[in-house]
Write a protein of this length. Structure first.
Length: 199
C-alpha cells in the first residue's frame, strides 16, 4: 500500500528538502533504484520521487517504511535534533527539533544515542484519541519501549497489542507490523525509545 498517497496529515516542523537529500543518498549508497526502494517499502514511486525532490511532505508511516527497507534508524533520514534543542519539562519544541506526524501519532525526536553496537532514538509522542495507526515492520532486531505519562495506550504487534496507563511501560520487537491507539477520549502522552542493533 502507498502510505504516502493516503489522505494523512503530513510531517510537520521538519526539513523536507533535507529529508529528501538524505533518503536519496542512503538509497544510492545501497545501489538501489528509486523504483526498487518504492516497491520494497510499499510506497508509490511518485511519492518517493516527490520526497527525494523535497516537493512532498512524508508521513510518519512512510518514513518508517522507507528507513526500514534502507536498514537505518529514522534519524538518518530526518536528521538528529540540533544540540541544545531538548524539550525537558514539557516545554515547547525548539527550532531544529524534528517533528513528524502520522495518522494518529505525532513524534518529536529529542535525542539520538549511540554505542558500539546499538543506536537509540528518544521521541516524545502524542497519540490522538480514537484513531488507530499501524506502523510497518522495522528492520530485524529493532525494539520499541514506550512509557505512558497521560491517557491509556494500546500498542504492540498487530494482533497482540498491550495496554498501558499513566506510569506504565510496554515494549516489543518491532520488526513486525505494530499498532498504536489511544483508548477512550483522552489523547496519550508518552515517550518512545527506539533501539536499533547495528549489523
Amino acid at each position: 500500500m502507498d502510505s504516502g498517497a493516503q489522505n494523512l496529515s503530513p510531517a510537520m516542523d521538519c526539513d523536507t528538502a533535507g529529508i529528501g537529500r538524505r533518503i536519496r543518498l542512503l538509497r544510492e549508497e545501497r545501489g538501489m533504484s528509486l523504483s526498487a526502494l518504492a516497491r520494497a517499502a510499499g510506497v508509490g514511486k511518485a511519492t518517493l520521487s516527490g520526497l527525494e525532490n523535497g516537493t512532498r511532505n512524508p508521513t510518519l508511516e512512510t518514513l518508517w517504511a522507507i528507513t526500514a527497507e534502507l536498514g537505518v534508524p529514522m534519524a538518518m533520514a530526518i536528521g538528529a535534533p540540533a544540540a541544545g534543542t531538548g524539550t525537558a519539562g514539557g516545554g515547547s519544541v525548539s527550532e531544529g527539533t524534528p517533528v513528524v506526524q502520522g495518522t494518529a501519532v505525532g513524534g518529536t525526536l529529542l535525542q539520538v544515542f549511540e554505542d558500539e553496537s546499538v543506536t537509540y532514538e528518544l521521541y516524545r509522542l502524542v497519540i490522538c484519541a480514537g484513531t488507530p495507526q499501524v506502523s510497518p515492520a522495522h528492520h530485524e532486531g529493532v525494539t520499541e519501549h514506550v512509557t505512558v505519562f497521560a491517557g491509556t495506550l494500546s500498542a504492540g504487534p498487530v494482533g497482540a497489542p498491550m495496554r498501558a496507563g499513566p506510569g506504565e511501560h510496554v515494549s516489543w520487537r518491532s520488526d513486525v507490523p505494530h499498532s498504536y491507539v489511544a483508548l477512550g477520549e483522552q489523547e496519550v502522552h508518552a515517550s518512545l525509545l527506539m533501539r536499533y542493533p547495528r549489523p
